[in-house]
Design a binder for this molecule. Sequence first.
Ligand code: Z5A
Length: 222
Amino acid sequence: MSTPAVVPGKFLSLEGLEGVGKTTNLEFIQETLQSAGVSVLVTREPGGTELGEALRSVLLHSQHAMQAETEMLMMAASRVEHVATVILPALASGQWVLSDRYLDASLAYQGGGREIGVQRVKDIHTLAGVTRMPDLTLLLDMPIALGRERIAVRNATDRIEAEADPFFERCRSAYLAVAKEDPVRVKVIDASKPLDIVQTKIAQILAPLLEETLLANGRSLG
Ligand code: Z5A
């Protein structure tokens, strides 16, 4: 008797500026998937591997000055490791992958915020062999001032969080431009709304993808 073919998992990413609710909603998505019987690997960028976490600590907490291109290449280096050793193997084994940020973050922060240019950042990733894009990206979007308000209680500020508003305005514009260019993959969610409304929207967006996978595995959402 032949063993049934493994249905590859889906790759989801969560994006947005600081304080939009990525961490909060990551937990909600993980619970939604798990209660539907989907095995999900939750990960993050920069990071997700031992080397990636070491790069994260330099990227976010180093006291050394850094060229914009150095920052971009280190983000990409972390991603190369993450894709090759964590994301692709998990997807191939049938697991879903839920990543707190991915390549779109480099397009927004380094391409837009640091003004390297979105196309140059894409080109570097192509050169490095990072071609797998998420099946679905949820972009939590809201005005920068509201994000700052929501995280005002925290006192630690990392190297990138310490940037001024015009930097984050450029990041936000680049995120929205990416979403406009790829509306099938990138769904923009108004993150300024109360959490229950945000999560109802997320659940609606996830439902067809979940149904598709469960059907492929001979099950249904019920
Ligand atoms: N970066 C980059 O430059 N290039 C890259 O390629 C990558 C990353 C991959 C990583 O930070 C930094 O690296 C980031 C981009 C850069 N720098 N910045 N800025 P991170 O992703 O680890 O952390 P962050 O973006 O700064 O996330 P955060 O500040 O932790 O925010 P969050 O996770 O989106 O928010 P939260 O903690 O879920 O929510 C914040 C608060 O709001 C919390 O109290 C919640 O209870 C509350 N909340 C959440 N949703 C709601 C709603 N709907 N209503 C009311 N209150 C809410």
